[in-house]
Design a protein around this ligand. Structure first.
Ligand code: SDX
Length: 393
């Protein structure tokens, strides 16, 4: 049984909630899921096992993992009528728009798992979303490139199934590259949960009203889309491509420091980490490994990223502000090398984070003490005054 934190009674907090799922020490650059360090989970575990850990609090036995994997695998298909949702979008719709819409629409198809007061329905909704997000995300990609949907193949593991649904075409045989499958699974794991970030807080706030679980996760998808949050992985790769070569890095460093320039180094900085984001370390190692195995280790974007990181970490502006690479700085380089367009980076983040959102939502809903979220404000507007008729204004 894990040792449990006991807070000092004098602990004063601006915390929005209590949670036992993920712990971050921003100064030390530490991230624990149910007590287990992220670097150990990324190296030794895999995404569905981490899903089990986040959902139920303990690492599963072999039998528990097999049962959980089978339950998820048996829910990978979407209701066939949901294909019409995809076709209702313009071809050039951002895949995040499609994912956000289709996830919310799940509440119109899976009525038997929308009652938040029924623990069994909460459980079914959770499994359905973990199982179906890869299908929804892959089909959003297929729709954007004008290719037919590829249905799940339940003989494959979670990451391989997703890759096949993204990259297989009916006209050719597709064999999943185990290197890519391992890299994909590691990216899922590194993004699984992250305490009370903006999108998780959005899911909790939506859930506090009693909204159905699919609507709550759709709200999380919407919040994650922003470039200051999950959209940063797409923005970071676009930035690295714009830099283009090592000799242009000083120009962008200068822009990032210029208060009159809205430009920021995308994939740098964090609300909590004032040290290295531990996920960025693993992602950087994974980028080296995957690109070398794919024979693209001299990828100019990776070289620019490494040199930019080196220069920034020696620059007083970034050092004084404790700005380090975050999870989004290297992830796009790997996803790009795997063949994904930048528009798919944030949907893959959303797919990965679904289990974190659901785990936190379930934890909140199960807490009988929880009430509807109702943040207050510091009012800075006009004081009381009487109405003036238009002729007197
Ligand atoms: C994620 O919360 C989570 O856990 C999120 C996440 C998760 O897993 O859910 O970790 C995922 O969202 C990671 C962050 C992805 N976003 C980006 O990479 C976008 C680029 N980064 C920034 O926009 C910024 O760093 C934020 C939004 C992440 C944090 O913004 P803050 O809170 O304003 O940063 P700060 O308070 O630490 O800033 C301190 C100073 C400020 O300058 P001064 O006013 O002191 O002069 O640092 C500056 C900022 O202007 N600064 C940057 C910068 N980030 C902060 N300057 C240049 N480039 C940057 N990236």
């Amino acid at each position: 049984q894990a040792d449990v934190f006991t807070f000092d009674p004098g602990f004063t907090s601006t915390a929005s909630c209590e949670s036992a799922i993920t712990f971050i020490d921003g100064d030390k650059g530490e991230l624990l899921h149910r007590g287990y360090p992220i670097d150990q989970l990324a190296a030794k575990s895999h995404y569905l096992e981490v899903c089990y850990l986040l959902l139920y609090g303990e690492l599963p036995t072999a039998q528990q993992l097999e049962d959980f994997t089978n339950r998820v695998t048996n829910h990978t298909m979407l209701h066939e009528q949901m294909t019409h949702f995809f076709r209702g979008f313009r071809r050039d719709a951002h895949p995040m728009a499609i994912v956000c819409g289709v996830v919310g629409a799940m509440s119109a198809f899976y009525h038997d798992s929308t009652d938040v007061n029924d623990p069994w329905q909460r459980e079914v909704a959770s499994i359905r979303m973990i199982a179906k997000l890869p299908t929804i995300t892959a089909w959003a990609y297929k729709y954007s490139v004008g290719q037919p949907f590829v249905y799940p193949d339940n003989t494959l593991d979670y990451a391989s199934n997703f890759l096949r649904m993204c990259f297989a075409v009916p006209a050719e045989e597709y064999v999943v590259d185990p290197i890519l499958a391992r890299a994909m699974d590691r990216i899922f794991t590194l993004h699984a949960d992250h305490e009370q970030n903006a999108s998780t807080s959005t899911v909790r706030l939506a859930g506090s009203s009693g909204a159905n679980p699919f609507a709550c996760i759709a709200a999380g998808v919407a919040c994650l889309w922003g470039p200051a949050h999950g959209g940063a992985n797409e923005a970071a790769l676009n930035m690295l491509r714009e830099v283009g070569s090592v000799d242009r890095i000083p120009e962008f460093i200068a822009r990032a420091k210029d208060k009159d320039d809205p430009f920021r180094l995308m994939g740098f900085g964090h609300r909590v980490y004032k040290n290295f984001d531990p996920r960025a370390k693993v992602m950087k190692e994974s980028a080296d490994e995957v690109l070398a195995l794919l024979g693209v280790e001299n990828n100019p974007t990776l070289q620019v990223a490494k040199e930019l990181e080196k220069i920034a970490l020696e620059d007083p502006y970034f050092v004084d502000r404790k700005l380090y690479p975050n999870v989004d700085f290297y992830s796009g380089i790997i996803l790009d090398a795997m063949g994904f367009p930048t528009s798919m980076f944030t949907p893959i983040f959303a797919l990965s984070r679904t289990v974190g959102w659901i785990s936190q939502w379930k934890e909140m809903i199960a807490d009988e003490k929880q009430k509807i979220g109702r943040p207050r404000q510091l009012y800075t507007g006009a004081t009381h005054r009487d109405y003036i008729n238009v002729e007197n204004r």
